[in-house]
Design a protein around this ligand. Sequence first.
Ligand code: WTA
Length: 413
Amino acid sequence: MCVSVDNASEECDPEWMDAEDPLFVLYTSGSTGKPKGVLHTIAGYLLYTSLTFKYVFDHHQDDVYWCTADIGWITGHSYITYGPLANGATSVLFEGIPVYPHVGRFWEIIEKYRVSKFYTAPTAIRLLMKYGIEPLQKYDLSSLRVLGTVGEPINPEAWMWYHDAVGQGRCPVVDTFWQTETGGHVLTPLPAATPLKPGSATLPFFGVLPIILNEHGEELEGEAEGYLVFKKPWPGIMRGVYGNQECFENTYFKKFPGFYVTGDGCRRDKDGYYWITGRIDDMLNVSGHLLSTAEVEAALTEHSAVAEAAVVSRPHIVKGECLYCFVTLKDFREFNHSLMDELKRKVREKIGPIATPDFIQNAPGLPKTRSGKIMRRVLRQIARNEKDLGDLSTLADPKVVEVLLSQRCEAAA
Ligand code: WTA
């Protein structure tokens, strides 16, 4: 049947659904294991994305909002589609990459549409940092009011650049911690209301109850570091793993009964602020000291030659585990022995001798999921010289892996 637009009705009745009917299934990025089909339902998800969008980006009717995520991943679902639409927000939709046709692409778009709320990922910020501030200076960024980040712990170096160079020191940076599974932001500052600390996702959103547990499942009070779990559900939490109730229970509720387990490590400082230290699977135990990959990576990226770093563990006869670091250098920087020494010194100074890297490999590119997350699982397998790299279906560019495999370090640096 063919209906012409002229005689089509202007009204389109919605399909009435039950609040708990399935809304969509989205597969997790698979950065730590096999992708799982995360199930979200109608009412709670919509309420939660709508509310977090409104408060976390301090949405006003005259805003122009731009989230650079891929619409196919959770950030695109929650904060390009559902949250902004439910608030009637004016949004920029973008299909492309930050450095094509030129490295000022993002800034050009912000100027063109007078973007006031901008939401991107640490990986994009670090990529753009590589090109310095000249590309920024060509454009008028005075419309910006709030800057958001999501997807990975943001190293303080990148946070400062985002705040000072992009936001001209004027715009609060909202570092939003959440997961495909949480549906929306769970730890996040509220702009202008929450005093910020570079690298911290700060405090829980309304109604969210974070707890830090130790290995034995005991709740830690005050300043502490351990497993990040949540004590109570909130409207946007996932309702299941599609077609696999057992996997749902085992993955999220079995390790610490009575809590939702995020799988992330976390530190709470003396002011009650939360600092995500990375996926628990990515923690390293070097000579009995627990290290988080995020803190070592933050130390490496503090060096002016380093654009991006990813750290994984490799078994070590004496220390149990040691650090194997992949570093991507800024344009025109050369990878050589003196740089390796400087990087080791940097890590030693920032964290301590225990964290001195044993291996440093030059990585022209890092294996990332299509949502920009570094697949440390794959790097770990490269570092350990494992032949079977498992499920690579969520990798954006599988060629990167071949290059890294061909250049892996055999002997300690
Ligand atoms: C990580 C993306 C630190 C974390 C919305 C989490 C973060 C995983 C942050 C979920 C942040 C996300 N600070 N880590 N602000 N945001 N993560 O499912 O490890 O693609 O568990 O959801 O990304 O990734 P997912």
